[in-house]
Design a protein around this ligand. Structure first.
Ligand code: ADP
Ligand code: ZN
Ligand code: ZN
Length: 691
């Protein structure tokens, strides 16, 4: 409510040219109705546009004569709270997006739930699925208590809760949320991805019954809006969801938990390319809330901040369930297996342990980070690899089946692009040389399932990957079935390694540890270490002790050996010296600029133009440009993409702290390049990521 006569308004058009606030007059009748965040319609040029009030001012900062009146207050729109506007401004500045794009990421679309659709409270659906198994609120053990009290006593700094898998981080979060409720404050609990919603909501709803709202992208627009408004109206104490839940409009925010903080999914890969952890810290700082980042395998960046004192560090070093110990880890050297004549997917060790567990009626998880039947399709005569016509990637073979007219089952291979979804039939002959020797190579989860069924015909098997979870609710069904021991073996992609707590699993097999190691990214070792540790952590979480088998062709790599030894600090040191040697983050700040266009030739010119401009105007002061080089994949959905990296050498860390001047310098460069591209190369899309 205000009696201000003027308002600054950001117009809702996603074009860079209008991405700034315009001044309007507040008409008499709206004076006490308008506030910061109000959604209004205003005259703009010759048309009417929608916008948000970002500021109220009493004096015109512009020629009085030319200021126009606000048209009206939009009655049924989602107003943005002032805090959310500030977050959007921060995001626009930090990640180089437009304010509008940042705000769109933060706000839901107003939409009511369709009356005929089955109206279900998402939190309710999860409870129903697992049959209301109310948990007893457990007492914290001494490690958990130390962390809990320490976190409550910390004012100002974010806390890193480094607790091994199964150490009971969740109970610490629950106790903290409870304390917040006692203080009359709300909490946000972030999880890396939708597949974890089920179990997190299940746990939290056991404690906080229905004062929870769930926000994720699988909800319909109507459901999302409904959940959002529950938070807005103060009907919930906890909001749970993947990264966009960080914008939940809780009043009197007390706590933001970022669980599994190391996960890549916390970095948005569409514009604005924000880092949820940074947004969480910014928001918490602004609203006087606490941040807890939790992980069994903290990101290199976060652990470094904890080392330097920017974060406060708490450790949980033991598994919480009494008697539960970390699993015994075996590394199978697949080179040796091959030399000894074993050509199957399973090493001798893995096969024997699987037999043992099936015998004892204990559960098994098999992890393979590739879905589909086979990795790629290629011609053995000429080497041709079948690629997607829209993307610069090879097509993956999927096994499909149908019943023909006589009712008998027919198998058919189809090729699918995992990037754009394009589908094609498996060719009978090589499209390039006509040879009939064209075949699928490599192993995906479908083939693994087939092999498991062949080797262990009596075992019942579930598979969880993007193909089996495409429909709404399928994640939950698979997890609930496995949790109720309706299957002996769960096969899956990285979807199954994160966070799940199945006490009856006593064997985890990592079918190919090398897949994530051999990707051309600076943090491939970090991601491999995390994946292996998290996957191993699924084993032996109950009272029976567990085992893990890691299959690899590179068993001596430090990411594999330290993960097998459960040695995070050993890994951290090796990885830091590697990054230092090659000047990778956190030893340098790095700005990644992505240029893209349907027009390949224009893209080439723009990339060269940016390179030249950088060399003549922006280099020096410890900067270096790497690239331009083709993004991976280069072509995606018929759009060509190139990357330029700007590294800020030398000054990234001063003493223990990040040199924020380096960031400011990179932001300056980003703005200059942005101006160049928008002015000179129309039709090029640009996005940024700051490491
Ligand atoms: P993390 O998230 O750290 O991997 P979880 O929070 O999933 O671990 O906890 C692992 C298991 O330990 C769960 O089954 C949980 O119920 C149990 N647990 C947690 N805290 C305690 C405690 N204080 N006493 C007994 N069991 C606990
Ligand atoms: Zn061929
Ligand atoms: Zn494609």
């Amino acid at each position: 409510m205000s009696s201000s006569r003027y308002a600054k308004i950001i117009i809702d058009i996603s074009a860079d040219a209008v991405d700034r606030a315009f001044t309007y007059r507040v008409p008499e009748e709206l004076m006490d109705k308008i506030s910061i965040g109000s959604r209004v319609s205003v005259p703009f040029g010759r048309s009417t546009k929608k916008g948000y009030v970002t500021e109220l001012i009493s004096r015109a900062d512009f020629d009085e004569e030319r200021i126009r009146d606000i048209g009206s207050l939009l009655p049924d729109a989602v107003d943005a709270r002032e805090e959310i506007l500030k977050i959007a401004l921060f995001m626009a500045e930090r990640y180089g997006s437009t304010f509008n794009a940042a705000l769109k990421a933060a706000l839901p679309v107003k939409r009511s739930i369709r009356k005929n659709s089955r109206q279900k409270d998402p939190a309710r659906t999860f409870e129903e699925l697992c049959g209301e198994d109310r948990l007893l609120p457990g007492e914290m053990n001494s490690e958990q208590k130390v962390a809990y009290e320490g976190i409550l006593s910390e004012t100002g700094r974010p806390c890193l809760l480094f607790g091994i898998t199964g150490s009971g981080k969740t109970l610490v979060y629950i106790r903290l949320v409870e304390e917040m409720i006692r203080q009359g404050k709300g909490s946000i609990v972030l999880i890396p991805e939708i597949s974890l919603t089920y179990q997190t909501v299940r746990l939290f709803s056991a404690y906080f019954s229905r004062r929870i709202s769930v926000l994720h992208s699988r909800l319909s627009a109507g459901e999302r809006y409904e959940q959002y408004m529950k938070a807005e109206r103060g009907e919930v104490d906890v909001v749970i969801g993947p990264r966009s839940a960080v914008f939940a409009p809780l009043r009197n925010l007390g706590l933001i938990v970022v669980d599994e903080e190391h996960e890549r999914a916390y970095r948005s890969d569409t514009s604005p390319r924000y880092d949820t952890r940074e947004v969480a810290c910014f928001r918490a700082d602004m609203e006087g809330a606490r941040v807890v980042l939790g992980s069994a395998t903290p990101s290199i960046e976060s652990y470094r901040k904890a080392q330097s004192g920017q974060y406060r560090l708490f450790e949980l070093k033991n598994r919480a369930v009494s008697g539960a110990r970390l699993p015994k880890i075996y590394i199978s050297d697949m080179r040796r297996e091959l030399a000894e004549g074993n050509r199957s997917i399973f090493s001798k060790e893995l096969r024997e342990l699987m037999e043992d567990r099936l015998e004892k009626k204990e559960q098994i998880m098999l992890f393979l980070n590739r879905r589909g039947y086979a990795g790629f399709v290629s011609c053995r005569s000429c080497g041709y690899v079948v690629k997607c016509p829209h993307c610069d990637v090879s097509m993956t073979a999927h096994n499909e089946w149908y019943y023909d007219r006589s009712g008998s089952r027919t198998d058919a291979a189809r090729l699918r692009c995992h990037y754009c979804g394009h589908e094609a039939m498996m060719p009978r002959r090589c499209p390039s040389c006509g040879s009939p020797y064209i075949a699928a190579f490599g192993t995906g989860t479908q083939k693994l399932e087939q092999e498991v069924k062949r080797a262990f015909p009596k075992a019942s098997v579930l598979r969880m990957d993007a193909d089996t979870t495409a429909r709404k609710g399928s994640h939950e069904r698979i997890l609930a079935a496995f949790s109720a021991h309706k299957a002996d073996i769960l096969i899956g992609t990285q979807m199954i390694v994160k966070g799940h707590d199945f006490p009856e699993v006593t064997l985890v097999g990592i079918v190919s540890a090398d897949l994530s190691l051999n990707v051309p990214e600076y943090d491939a070792a970090e991601r491999t270490f995390q994946l292996l540790t998290q996957a191993s952590g699924r084993s032996g979480r109950g009272e029976r002790s567990g085992a893990v088998v890691i299959q690899s062709y590179e068993p001596d790599h430090y990411a594999i050996s330290t993960a097998a030894a459960g040695d995070y600090k050993g890994f951290y040191e090796r990885e830091m010296s590697y990054r230092k040697l090659l000047s990778y983050p956190p030893f340098c700040r790095m700005l990644c600029i992505r240029l893209q266009s349907e027009d390949e030739e224009l893209l080439e010119r723009a990339a060269r133009g940016a390179e030249r401009y950088f060399a003549s105007e922006l280099s020096g002061g410890g900067n270096a440009l790497i690239g331009p080089c083709n993004a991976s994949p280069y072509k995606l959905n018929d759009i060509y993409r190139k990357n330029l990296y700007i590294k800020q050498f030398g000054h990234a860390i001063i003493g223990h702290n990040i040199n924020e001047d380096a960031v400011a310098e990179l932001i300056r460069i980003r703005e200059a390049l942005h101006e160049l591209i928008t002015e000179k190369y129309r039709g090029i899309q640009m996005s940024f990521e700051l490491f």
